[in-house]
Write a protein of this length. Sequence first.
Lengths: 457, 514
Amino acid sequence: VRTTAVLPPADAAEPLSPADEAMLDSLQRAAFDYFVQHGNRINGLVADTSRPGSHSSIAVVGFALSAWPVGVERGWMTRAEALQRSLAALRFFRDSDQSGTPESTGYKGFYFHFLHMDSGTRAWKCEVSMIDTSLLLAGMLTAAAFFSAATADEAELRALVDALYQRVDWCWAQPQGAAVVHGWKPESGFLNYGWEGYSEALLLYALGLGTPTHALTDASFPAWTGTYQWENLYGIDFLYAGPLFIHQFSHAWIDFRGIRDRFMREKRCDYFENSRRATYVQREYAIRNPRSITGYDEESWGLSAGDGPSAPRQRIAGRRQSFYGYAARGVPWGPDDGTISGPSVLSSLAFAPELVLPALRRMLARGAAPHDAVARASGYNDTVRVGAPVAVAAKGQRAVGWLSEGTFGLDQGMIVLMVENFRSGLLWRLLRGSMPIRTGLHRAGFRGGWLAGLAPR
Amino acid sequence: MRTAVQAQVPAAAKDRPSVASPRNRVCSNQATPNAEEGSAPDERYRYDLLVIGAGPAGLAAARGAAAAGVRVALIESHHIGGNSLHEGCIPSKTLLRSAQLIAEMRNAPNVGVGAPTEIDVDFAAVMTRMRRVRDRILRVDSPARLRAEGIELHVGRARFAGADAVDVDGTRLRFRKALIASGSHPLVPDIEGLAAAGFMTNETVFELTRLPPSLLVIGGGPLGCELAQAFARFGSRTLICHSEPLFLPKEERDAAQAVSHALARDGVEIHLNCNIVAVHLEGGRKHVTMVTNGNVSTTVVDEILTGIGRLPAVQGLDLDKAGVAYDVETGIEVDDFLRTRNPRIFAAGDVCLGHRFTNTAEASAGIAVRNALFRGRQRVSALTVPWCTYTDPQVAHVGLYVRQARAQGIPVKTYTVPMHDVVRAITDGEEEGFVKVHVRDGTDRILGATIVGRCAGEMINNISLAMVAGLGLRRLARVIHAYPTQGEAVRQAAQACVQSLAAGVPATNKEEAP
């Protein structure tokens, strides 16, 4: 039994080859195009998925607002178009119905998780979502940091972002003490979930603490980190969270390299290094492959939240295996039905390129059509057969048994942002100058690194 | 269908209807020869220790005191052995054994053995076995045996008559010291129509004679999870409704999640964040209205089992007359030495402790007796108490949880060994679960542990022993374990600690002395 993982030094990554550079450029561009193709130019909303009839997810809008600057810098979109798309979204949210009624758009400055693409009103009976609003706000702050010119339009954009950010009533989201709840519904009030354990809420707390209006209380961040678990798993010390996306989302905007809160000072680590270790834990799990999943190995790993097969239970490798559809898969406790999230692998690029690049090359060699489908689709699964194989096996490779239909906006957003952070650090650079982020991190107790000379004003 | 179960809300432990079989009950003719009602204080009834309640705490206290030569009276109105024996651990674990075998037969193909084409569950035989097992264990606590041990047994309801006196059905008993060990009774949810529709508690479910075709379990604590899994395995359509986001709210998230996965695998319909708001009887079946995150739905079941917790049995004792403070939810107020507001009177077990476990009841009784009679100064807070929820996989815990340690400002590090890294778990095909040992970061000092696994309850004892003996993980790493055993997971966690401390780092990393 394997007991100890070997964790190489953080700077062990080799420089990118031209072929890898081209591979990343192609994947990032394709992901960027999702937002162009699935966005509503009038109100700035973007579809949750590429599937027909998809509603908009406010989180995906946040990723779109962050992707436009990347497109401008990469030459994929003009600055003027990026600005107009951004303004459309911000004006929509400014004018949206904030009454909190079942057919409105938001409440207390937060927004419903899913909105109708055209009207922008609440879709289904979804919740006002604190984390998805945070992802939207991160996109807004990115836009405000990027569109810094002294023009009327860009000044309007910055004013809109200020107004929308400052109208969020974070205190309202702390109904039961220090912890922030997950959501609220007009029909039943607050959801019975609080943020517990390390998660993507790191970004939420930074934003909630950074605002000059209605900010979270000082007790909120310690209350949340009080539920952290520092674990030694497979010989690797890290702040535990199962799904890979948890170790990635906040890093799309905030540069956690070298800055530490109280917890990370105690552990002599930082959140960036932690995400690198989490990536290694994911690979270690795939090497151990306790469920004897077809296809897991050192270049085939990556369990995260996303789509998966909804097949009937099957007996695989001597056990009854269930399949979970859309689920938050995690390591090492599962659920694990053999579904790998290509986008989550790609989004670890900045943390562990020495692991991600071989895994990416493997995925792209699978022969799925289009060629990057396995890397960009929400999930793929070699264990289960649901209908005919969706991809033809390249020489020496296995065919893909199941592939998620279409693409998901969250995945494409993470690909655009994290590949960009790996290539240029653009998003990190933009948000390092954002006052709410700096203030929020300071209030959360972060010190050192790039924060050292940047006390909040 | 069940026909013989009386389902009533127990207003007080001593007022509830008996559901025990006659053999288990104490009868008035088993009592010490009695004086006439209302008789004056009588030297015959003056005791060094008077114990109220013959459950685990009361029995342990009475036996401990009698063995030390003290004159002891034990008062019980219901049945000797307490809830655990009659309506708790013993019957439930006996049922779980049958349910486990059913699951193993279904999963036989996992280990290359053909499963029976049809598994015949003879529920009546399962329940008969349960009663036989219970009766066998009960023999140890028969009234005759207690009398032989020097314990004077009084049958009847105990009511304090003053600071040093208790009346038992008209007989006044005087005491130098008293111990209240009256236990607890089920807490029944306040749901519209539930009482009229009928329901079972853990005190009545074991009287079932036929397997209900469908069963709704209200409450995702240990009892609810254990029985939901068992009845699903027996073949009932089983639903479990829990008001919180995760089962086993006291346990850590990963453990609770493991239980959730296990219940789902066994076919239990899981309703988390769900509240039952109304029940009504229609066509002989129970129509249940539930609300989940604002969404209202209904389901129809044959039986309802409530398992939302227990309340201390404090009512009907006239505690005010003895100057004993209490709260109906948290029980008798005691200090760390288990002394009540009345220095003559102590309490032990469910009636005063947050941990309502048999092992804790017995241990606390020992502390109370030593403190009450032998000038002891033992603290209940010093107890190291392991516990286990006997789902499959089991969830066992001892010591501090991470959040508790962090709340105390203790830096914590957890050594985690998945069971899929343990050789014997792999050979047994029992890879679900983990061992997590929490230590003070930078040292090998064990703060606590959680184990999830097929035999977690057995494995946690290893950690408890180490904690009580003051052994750190470095010492445990040097203990040769039988190979291959699932218990080796604990040694693997210890080994990881040794490696980490050796690799690492702080100069302050020192093995803590026992």
